[in-house]
Structures are given as C-alpha cells and as structure tokens.
Design a protein around this ligand. Structure first.
Ligand SMILES: NC(=O)c1ccc[n+]([C@@H]2O[C@H](COP(=O)([O-])OP(=O)(O)OC[C@H]3O[C@@H](n4cnc5c(N)ncnc54)[C@H](O)[C@@H]3O)[C@@H](O)[C@H]2O)c1
Length: 448
C-alpha cells in the first residue's frame, strides 16, 4: 500500500515539476526530424521562448539549418537566422541531446514500402533512440502520421524495455501534425491540436505543452483516438477528391463543365464541401496515410472499401490526363508521338516545390512512353527526374508557349499568368481549372 502511494506521489511530483518548467518555458525541447513538420514546430516553440534543438540524421540539412537556411516555405531564412543567432534554436545530428531534454517530439517520415505496407522503420529508430536515453520526468510525443495503435503497441514497450514506467516517470502521448505547408491562412498556431496520452497525466502534460504554442488543444481519451482522427481527416480528403475526379469523368461524358457544377452545388450554405478534380493525388499525406489504416484493418480481418476505391480512381487520373492531351492533339490533326508538350508545374500542389508522389511525374512519364517530347516549367522545382531522366525547368517565355503543340497545366502555381498562357498556347489541357475565368476561344482549352 505504501509503495503504491509512493509511486503515485512521485508521478504527481514529476508531472508538477515538468508542468512548471513548461509554463515557465524553461523546459528544454528536442524535435526529432527537421522536415516539413519538425522544422516549423521547432521554430514556433523557439519563438515562444523555449530553447529548442532540432535533431536530424541528415548532416547536410543540419548544416543548412544552423546557417539559417530553411528548406520549407513556412519558415523564412531571416526568422531562422535570428533564432540560431540568439541560441533559441540549434540543429544537430547528435542524439545525446535527448538525454538533456525535458520534452521530445518525434516528427520523422512514415512512408510506404513497395508492397504498400507501412514503413515504420523511421519511427522505430527515433523512438528506440529516445527510449535508450530517457530520464524520469520526460514527456515524449509522437507526431508522425501512423496506424492506430502505434503509440501503445510500439512506443510504450520500447520505453518499458528500458525500465520506464509510462504515466509515472515518463509521459507518452500522440498528437497528429495537421500543418499544410505553404498555407498562408492556417499556420501551425491556428490549427487546433488533438492530443491523446497513454494515461490522463500524459494527456494533461501534452495538452499543457501545446497550449504554449497553439490557440486550441483538444484532449481525447487515448492515443488511438488521436491517431485515428488524423487518418479519418486524410481518408475523408482522399475519398472526396476521388469523388470529384469520378464526377469529372461523368461530366465529360455528359458534355458539362465540372467546375461550373461544383461552384453551383457549393452555393448551398450547409451540408456540402467543395472538392475539385485534378491529375491525381500527391505529397506525403493523402496518397500514403489511408494505406496505414487499410493495412491495420486488414490485420483485423476487415477490407477498407472506400479507401481501396478512392485509390483506384485517383491513381487512374494521370492516364486520363494523357488521354485528354491525345484527344486535344487529335482535334488539331496531330498525334501524341512526336508532339511538343509543355507541362506547367510538377509539384504536387500549388505554391510549393515538393514533388513527392506528385501525379505530374506520372503524367510526364506516360507522355514520354507514348513518344511525346516533354518539357516543363515550375518556378519552385528547378530540376526533376522523370523515368530516371533529369529534366530542367524551362523559362516560360512567349515563344515556349507558342511553339508547344499542347500546354498541360498540372500544378496551379499562383505565379503563372493564365491569361497569357491561354492567349499564346495553341492548346491547353487544364487539370486544375486554373484557366477558369480567363478569356480564350473555348475550343483551345480542355478542362477536367
Ligand atoms: N509534410 C506534410 O505536409 C505533413 C503534414 C502533416 C503530417 N505529416 C506527417 O509528419 C511526418 C513527417 O513528415 P515530413 O513531411 O516532415 O517529413 P520530411 O521527410 O520532410 O522530414 C523528415 C525528417 O526526419 C529526418 N529523420 C528521419 N529519420 C530520423 C531519425 N531516426 N532521427 C532524426 N531524424 C530523422 C529526415 O532526415 C528528415 O529531415 C510524417 O509522418 C508525415 O506523414 C506531414
């Protein structure tokens, strides 16, 4: 009985002490993984007054960050340089820093294997390192998007194997990152944070921690709820994009412009959320995260039908875009083989230079396989490999536009002058409806 009371007493003390350091912002923080998610988080914490270390295995990235050079559009170099200069932020490859940290947040990649099963190796590596160096009174939070159960089934045993008493001397929680790189309206602090701890004390501490940097924190009953909330958000997006894509195929057969239908439907003030068709899905989240859930459910003897169908529709879109290009050229009595195709944008979404899983690359690969001569212009991506061949972005001159047999808009970057494009290009296949509202002869534009 006395022992139990002692343990409770110690855990209350740990919680109170760490809570105080978090409130005073004297807690030392390590953010593991300094990518699109980890770097903005580290910077936000440093701006809030914490001393933050960005731990990353990539030496080149660490050197760049310590020189004040950011790799993401969300953090500008001047801001980073200021934080490095006044010792609020340091990047390192030395995992020894974990031993000296009060709070450790893990933001490492969660990609898929070729088999489409989760590749959880980065999370295992980062969490094993943290567990090997834990000290009593530490808060550890996983932010990487992952399958439901990761925190309790994978992280908790790793810490227990090192002698940690989770919820008593080490506090573990999951809190999904919901940042949208390049989004100028919703930045990290504007996006509510969902937090689920292994025990109520873990949730309380993690909640208190995030309240220092975000306006709203939602505490949920378990890490699994928080893990699933993130997956539901991304499955929702994936399925609705697939619905918009299929709707575009239907509108085409019916001879109706998809965008006009969506805009009209969107005038309903409730019960409708507009999603738009495109050349497919890209980035580190939407094409990948649903497979984490599908995999976990398969282990539970359940096939996720919506996820499967959405995947099938979205992955068929690049081939559909290639057919639209071929159809447009055919109308002009040209064939795809030998045609000069200029692609506008290769990033997976507007305003960023991220080409991970970008459907534009698949469109370009398929066009090349069918004999087209491809070039691309993307102000955010200076060079890109298509089917193993490196292409360099061309300048978007009037001449480039005029000599192309077809211009295909694959990313609706805000930097492109769409009016000029439709005036000069003989044929435009617009997969993003970026030319909506421009004036050009209708037969010159084919929109999804
Ligand atoms: N990019 C997004 O828009 C976004 C949004 C929300 C959530 N997420 C999720 O956040 C997680 C991170 O994504 P990201 O886009 O920041 O990835 P990223 O590839 O941009 O960055 C990951 C960083 O982690 C580093 N790293 C890998 N293993 C490491 C280890 N063991 N120790 C230290 N550093 C290590 C890499 O070198 C890299 O710098 C993923 O689970 C992703 O699904 C991403």
């Amino acid at each position: 009985m006395n022992r139990v009371l002692e343990k409770i007493d110690t855990s209350v003390q740990f919680e109170a002490q760490l809570g105080e350091r978090i409130r005073q912002r004297t807690a030392s923080i390590t953010v593991v993984g300094q990518g699109y998610v980890g770097l903005p988080l580290a910077v936000e914490l440093a701006l809030a007054g914490f001393r933050v270390t960005g731990l990353d295995t990539d030496h080149g990235r660490v050197t760049e960050l310590n020189a004040g050079r950011s790799h993401t559009p969300d953090i500008d170099d001047r801001e980073l340089t200021g934080l490095v200069g006044n010792d609020r932020y340091t990047a390192t490859t030395d995992s020894g820093v974990l031993e000296r940290s009060d709070v450790v947040i893990i933001c490492v990649p969660t990609p898929l294997r070729k088999s489409k099963d989760p590749d959880i190796s980065f999370v295992v590596a980062a969490a094993s390192e943290a567990a090997a160096r834990f000290h009593p009174g530490q808060l550890v939070i996983l932010e990487s998007t992952t399958y439901p159960g990761t925190t309790e089934e994978l992280l908790v045993p790793l810490f227990q194997a090192r002698g940690a008493l989770v919820g008593q001397d080490v506090f573990l929680a999951f809190s999904p990152e919901r940042i949208d790189p390049g989004n100028r309206i919703y930045k990290l602090k504007d996006i509510p944070k969902v937090v689920g701890g292994v025990t109520p004390a873990c949730t309380r501490l993690a909640g208190l921690f995030y309240r220092q940097i975000v306006d709203k924190v939602i505490e949920v009953s378990s890490p699994k709820v928080a893990e699933l909330a993130k997956l539901y958000e991304n499955v929702f997006r994936n399925v609705n994009i697939a619905l918009a894509n299929e709707f575009a195929l239907m509108c085409r057969r019916l001879g109706v412009g998809t965008r006009e239908v969506i805009e009209a439907a969107g005038t309903k003030p409730f019960g409708f959320l507009p999603f738009y068709p495109g050349p497919g899905i890209g980035g580190h989240c939407i094409p990948i995260d649903p497979s984490y859930l599908a995999w976990k459910m398969r282990l539970n003897g359940y096939e996720t039908r919506f996820i499967h169908l959405a995947d099938e529709i979205n992955h068929a879109m690049p081939a559909h875009v290639v057919e639209l290009v071929a159809e447009g050229l055919n109308r002009r009595r040209r064939c795809l083989n030998g045609a000069r195709i200029l692609a506008l944008g290769v990033a997976y979404k507007r305003g960023v230079g991220d080409t991970r899983e970008s459907p534009a690359l698949e469109v370009l690969a398929q066009l090349t396989q069918r004999g087209a001569q491809i070039a691309y212009a993307d102000p955010y991506v200076p060079a890109v490999a298509v089917d193993g061949i490196v292409l360099k972005s061309v300048e978007l001159t009037d001449e480039q536009l005029a000599v192309s047999d077809c211009v295909v808009i694959l990313t609706d970057h805000p930097d492109f002058d769409y009016q000029r494009i439709v005036e000069l290009a003989p044929l435009v296949v617009d997969t993003r409806n970026a030319t909506w509202g421009t004036s050009a002869p209708a037969n010159r534009i084919i929109a999804l």
